[in-house]
Write a protein that binds this ligand. Structure first.
Ligand SMILES: Nc1ncnc2c1ncn2[C@@H]1O[C@H](COP(=O)(O)OP(=O)(O)O)[C@@H](O)[C@H]1O
Ligand SMILES: [Mg+2]
Length: 283
């Protein structure tokens, strides 16, 4: 089953705000230890509206740091980083973040966990519960609204975290290895669910993974990082998908071009793990 993805061409009916670039990183460097350690080294990219971009690279290459910079949880040491044309000054409701560790409140049931962010935003009880139910249904948890996290599986807890983030309607969805702690079967179910949700809500997404299969399945575009210090090794539009997204993983795996893409990314990963510095394309 495949679905035609919305392209970025139809910009006529977008608000002026939407016409600006979701995220623009200009010569971003992030150092720690007073400059003694460079985690991210002079990277530049622009993200496109409604695109799913996946940061890929070996452990420690700066994927999480870059995502945290976009989230406004950290600031670049050098360079300019903007969201919808504005310099990032901290976290904001325009960006929703999903982490690998399930971030639900243990004493709240699923419904209240999803409604929590809306409560903070001042949404009245009846309205926020209606919204929370809508998003619980979207993550296929409509029958579990009274469950507390202790009685849920890892996959269910992560669905609650996803529903809570989406219920706040961020324009940008930032996910850091969101399915990394889940077993293989739950992971692909969650990946397929994410495609369904992103298609429905037309989100601009940045997701981080070191799982090549997950990257090819989810991404419209892959930004591949070099091993420390993190630079952009390659910036790849997954053109072989023909602008489509696939609801079922096996359909994508059988699609012409999949095997070549997988082999290319494995070779790049191997290069980075073994420390070679071969620049492919992009800057
Ligand atoms: N707050 C910090 N202080 C010092 N070093 C850090 C900090 N955060 C990340 N780093 C280092 O920056 C590098 C990139 O980290 P990270 O972005 O988490 O890697 P990954 O690509 O695996 O997500 C790592 O070497 C990490 O140890
Ligand atoms: Mg990480």
């Amino acid at each position: 089953m495949e679905i035609a993805s919305k392209t970025a061409e139809n910009t006529d009916n977008l608000s002026p705000n939407k016409k600006t670039i979701p995220v623009r990183a200009e010569n971003i460097t992030k150092q720690y230890g007073g400059g003694s350690f460079t985690a991210v080294d002079n990277i530049s990219f622009e993200l496109k509206e409604n695109q799913i971009t996946c940061f890929v690279g070996p452990s420690g290459c700066g994927k999480t740091v870059t995502l945290r910079l976009i989230a406004g949880l950290e600031y670049p040491t050098y360079g300019m980083l903007t969201v919808y044309g504005k310099q990032i000054m901290g976290p904001g409701p325009d960006r929703g973040m999903i982490f690998q560790a399930y971030t639900s409140f243990p004493w709240l049931n699923a419904l209240d966990n999803v409604a929590y962010g809306l409560k903070i935003m001042g949404v009245p009880k009846a309205q926020r519960e209606e919204k929370a139910r809508e998003f619980l249904k979207l993550v296929h948890l409509e029958k579990f609204e009274n469950y507390i996290p202790r009685d849920m599986s890892g996959g269910m807890k992560q669905r609650v975290a996803i529903a809570r983030t989406l219920a706040q309607n961020p324009e940008l969805l930032l996910m850091d290895e969101p399915f990394g702690a889940l077993d293989a079967q739950v992971r692909w179910e969650m990946q397929e669910m994410m495609i369904e949700i992103i298609e429905r809500d037309k989100k601009t997404v940045v997701t981080v993974t070191h799982d090549i299969g997950e990257a090819i399945y989810l991404a419209d575009r892959i930004i591949f990082f070099t091993r420390q210090p993190g630079k952009i090794k390659a910036d790849i539009e997954l053109e072989f998908k023909g602008g489509k997204r696939f609801l079922m993983k096996e359909d994508l795996i059988c699609h012409p071009g999949y095997a070549e893409m997988e082999a290319r990314l494995f070779a790049m990963m191997r290069e980075e793990i073994h420390g070679k510095q071969i620049e492919e394309s992009g800057g």
